[in-house]
Design a protein around this ligand. Structure first.
Ligand SMILES: [Zn+2]
Ligand SMILES: [Zn+2]
Ligand SMILES: [Zn+2]
Length: 770
């Protein structure tokens, strides 16, 4: 019996070769009809033929989908055949939608087929870095609107030549309906400029760039999601110059190496890490340095790790294959605190004096996207930054929300998120929203994401509870424009909600440990144990509330935290001796500064209160002489972790002391610092003290969580917040929790740090309003 079926497919089905796949499938089954992209990133298929053949076709559609596609739903509507078709074809896209939320794919690394062609001297795209096909290339970064067709991408400026058009229209071709396809005749071009913006006329700008880099030059290179600054990695002098020029004295630089084999000459790569490094996502992976690490220490000063990625675009492949260094710095080009540069003329102005050459192309980057950063922690991959290669892939929720929510994150490492139906779409990494430019970027990224989801408005705009965050102000402005309500979510509750939705949980006992988050009592929290549901939480314990003399100054100079934490514990005279003995270099203006800090503490003037775990780790790092000034986020704690990785916890006997304060169970962090001082006085090696101190914090928080879980009858304990980037702390918490017969969950899809906050905010807002 002949029949007709209209199929609506949602998920990630545009930009992944889905229409060519359907074309081939329908042709194989001898069906007639059409396939087309829809205005909401979905795909519509209409076929007519024998009913039982169509049923087989639908089964194959599900089971044989293209590798990069992600089908969320296949909706079928059966009708009588109209016999209007004689063939099957790909027809022009529709701007209307199917009323279901789909999304365009993330950017995909250059595939092996394209790489082979690019390196083949007889291929017409030999040495052409913009080579691409349906299986690879930029997607999110070039898309302006939906449906995903060339005229709505930044490839619209490059009309297809006859040869490319032929491939684009030829069903068996790998470039059949590959929207960004191009060639040296019709596509973007790359050109090399010197510091005075003069074009350098060379036959092969990639080979020349490699030569310049090897010679010690610093080169700005425009890639897929933004502009990088590149240099060699084996020359201290070049790296010192790069650090001065980019105003980053200590922050680790990401590097790029041409293949896995080369990475293995300086870093340890296990199987899971190798898989992720070579996946189409191609993130930066934080790897442990190998014993024969031979790159300059200026790449990542004071750390035992190094952030490495493999080439993901033709541009990188063509440069790296000619270079002789084992790796090249490939760090985002930006003014510190501002978004990565994407525009050629802006780069030439802003990077003047900082770089020696520019290698730029003429394709517009529509959606800026930093490289993603991943670190394997306790066997699981944790995202430090979720951006290129991941965005805008959604997080699937275990519930369906009646309301749509836009969330704007907290202050640092912010991302935006949009919750609609049973999915949450997280934007690319935005950065620190303390600067106007970054805030503008946040707003633009949120609006673009709404457009890509075909949303005209949202019901709620969610933000942090902190009244003075710039994101809080942006949220209220956006809510007004969108006619939406606003909703404030507590920072650590949002952390735990983002963790819960990843695991489909409705309730857990959570440890939320980070640097800073505004508490419901107006103090700064950051070492909390909570019983949390998706719409409410109860704070049951955590780290002791400590004094922070000078507020933000105590974040930058951890010696102030040492003073604050020990103030009541030691008494003034003893404290002065301790500061002189162990932290003298931490007070940049010497004794005068020490007495100012002590006077502040005495009068309780400009002294804030915080239970932050990050500040305690900072203080430990300072006391142990590991780091006395924070020049990038998390620096003292990251360096403490590096020092501790060489230590053995049982070499120094430190135990958590847990007290009951105002009905809450509290880890006494003053006692911890006092015990560290005792250990230092008997000359215990610092690496062992560092390891033992981290363990005290982990075991202290875990023990409160275990007690709470058993008294409340909750079976799952979870960890969220930036502290869960620390391998030793995460592993120790997990061990304690599992020893107690409970399940421990950590992040795998969203960042444990503040990049995951927006999702949590959106979830709380949706659930409270529902
Ligand atoms: Zn390809
Ligand atoms: Zn062409
Ligand atoms: Zn946080």
């Amino acid at each position: 019996m002949r029949a007709r079926v209209e199929i609506a497919v949602t998920g990630i089905v545009q930009g992944v070769g889905f229409r060519p796949f359907i074309y081939r499938l329908a042709t194989r089954y001898g069906l007639v009809g059409f396939v087309r992209n829809m205005g909401d990133a979905g795909v519509q298929v209409v076929v007519e033929g024998e009913k039982r053949i169509i049923e087989k076709f639908i089964n194959s559609l599900r089971s044989e989908q293209p590798p990069l596609a992600r089908i969320d739903e296949v909706k079928t509507t059966w009708k009588d055949a109209t016999n209007e078709f004689t063939i099957f074809q790909v027809v022009p896209s529709e701007t209307t939608g199917l009323g279901l939320s789909s999304v365009v794919p993330p950017d995909l690394a250059l595939c092996d087929d394209c790489l082979r062609e690019m390196l083949d001297p007889s291929d017409r795209r030999h040495n052409y870095p913009f080579i691409t096909c349906v299986n690879c290339g930029p997607r999110f970064t070039i898309i302006e609107g939906l449906p995903y067709d060339r005229p709505r991408t930044s490839m619209k400026a490059f009309p297809l030549c006859t040869d490319c058009l032929h491939e684009y229209q030829d069903p068996p071709d790998r470039r059949y309906h590959a929207e960004p396809t191009c060639c040296p005749v019709c596509g973007p071009r790359m050109e090399l400029y010197d510091r005075d913006e003069h074009r350098i006329d060379v036959a092969d700008p990639f080979r020349e760039t490699a030569r310049l880099l090897d010679e010690g030059s610093i080169v700005a290179i425009k890639g897929i999601g933004g502009i990088h600054i590149a240099s060699k990695t084996t020359d201290d002098e070049v790296l010192a110059r790069l650090r001065r020029a980019s105003n980053r004295p200590q922050q680790p630089f990401a590097i790029m190496s041409k293949n896995l084999e080369t990475i293995r000459t300086f870093a340890e790569v296990n199987k899971a890490e190798a898989e992720l490094l070579t996946s189409y996502r191609r993130p930066i992976l934080v790897l442990k340095r190998s014993p024969n690490y031979m790159l300059s220490d200026f790449v990542a000063p004071g750390l035992d790790s190094v952030g490495v990625m493999l080439p993901y675009s033709g541009i990188h492949h063509l440069i790296l294959r000619h270079g002789s260094d084992p790796a090249y710095v490939m760090t985002s080009a930006n003014v510190p605190g501002l978004p990565m540069l994407v525009d050629n003329s802006e780069a030439k102005v802003k990077l003047r004096g900082a770089v020696d050459f520019f290698l730029l192309h003429d394709r517009v980057i529509v959606n800026r996207c930093d490289d993603s950063v991943v670190k394997f922690i306790d066997g699981k991959s944790a995202l430090l930054r979720r951006s290129r290669g991941y965005v805008p892939e959604p997080i699937k929720l275990s519930f369906r929300s009646e309301r749509s929510v836009l969330a704007v994150g907290a202050e640092l490492n912010a991302s935006a998120a949009i919750l609609v139906g049973d999915r949450c779409f997280v934007s690319q990494y935005i950065g620190n929203t303390t600067k106007v430019e970054t805030l503008e970027y946040m707003r633009a990224a949120a609006e673009r994401l709404m457009r890509l989801l075909n949303l005209k408005g949202v019901d709620v705009v969610a933000h942090d509870l902190h009244p003075n965050y710039a994101t809080t102000r942006v949220a209220s402005r956006m809510a007004k424009e969108l006619g939406a309500k606003t909703f404030a979510a507590q920072h650590h509750h949002a952390h735990l909600c983002s963790l819960m939705v990843e695991h489909g949980l409705e309730k857990l006992v959570g440890i939320a440990a980070d640097g800073v988050g505004y508490g419901s009592d107006g103090t700064i929290w950051g070492g909390e144990v909570m019983v949390a549901g998706l719409s409410s939480f109860e704070r049951v314990g955590g780290l002791m509330s400590q004094r922070m003399p000078g507020g933000d100054l105590a974040t930058r100079f951890p010696a102030r935290m040492v003073a604050g934490i020990l103030w009541q514990h030691l008494g003034r005279e003893e404290l002065e001796r301790v500061l002189e003995e162990f932290c003298a270099s931490g007070f940049k203006r010497g004794k005068r500064e020490t007495s100012i800090v002590l006077r502040q503490l005495e009068r309780d003037l400009n002294v804030f209160r915080t239970s932050s775990c990050g500040r305690v780790l900072d203080a430990v790092a300072c006391l142990l002489g590991i780091c006395d000034e924070r020049t990038y986020e998390g620096e003292p704690a990251i360096k403490l972790e590096a020092a501790a990785s060489k230590g053995v916890t049982r070499e120094v006997k430190l135990e958590p002391v847990i007290k009951k304060v105002d009905g809450m169970k509290i880890v006494d962090t003053s006692q911890l610092l006092a015990d560290i001082i005792s250990a230092l006085r008997v000359r215990a090696p610092r690496r062992h003290i560092a390891a033992a101190a981290q363990r005290v914090i982990a075991r202290g928080l875990a023990s409160i969580a275990i007690d709470t879980a058993s008294s409340r009858g909750v079976g799952v304990v979870g960890g969220s917040g930036g502290v869960f980037y620390n391998w030793a702390i995460t592993a120790a918490v997990r061990k304690e929790i599992e020893k107690a017969g409970l399940q421990f969950v950590q992040h795998e899809l969203l960042p444990p740090g503040d990049g995951g906050i927006s999702t949590g905010q959106a979830v709380v807002a949706a659930r409270q309003h529902d």
